[in-house]
Design a protein. Structure first.
Length: 78
């Protein structure tokens, strides 16, 4: 499974009102009582600001994985 983050379709589906889980940083619907990703109960609404650090870490992990795979392919092909 490739995690590409919340897409425009996801945002449309949520009606444009989204926030971010204070626990895992996943994008969740503004009115959601519970985070669909980690199951944390959200009280008082989700945060309006994107937790850039959590997102960046996930992106970096994916990026490093791709680099390692490409490096392996190059080593065996060349
Ligand atoms: Zn969560």
């Amino acid at each position: 499974m490739i995690d590409e983050g919340p897409s425009a379709d996801d945002i449309d589906r949520f009606g444009g009102d989204t926030g971010y889980c204070p626990h895992c940083g996943e994008e969740v619907w503004d009115q959601a009582p519970q985070c669909p990703s980690c199951g944390t109960w959200i009280e008082g609404g989700v945060g309006g600001q994107r937790p850039d650090e959590a997102w960046f870490k996930r992106r970096m992990t994916l990026f490093i994985l791709i680099v390692v795979i490409v490096a392996f392919i190059l080593v065996f092909v060349l």
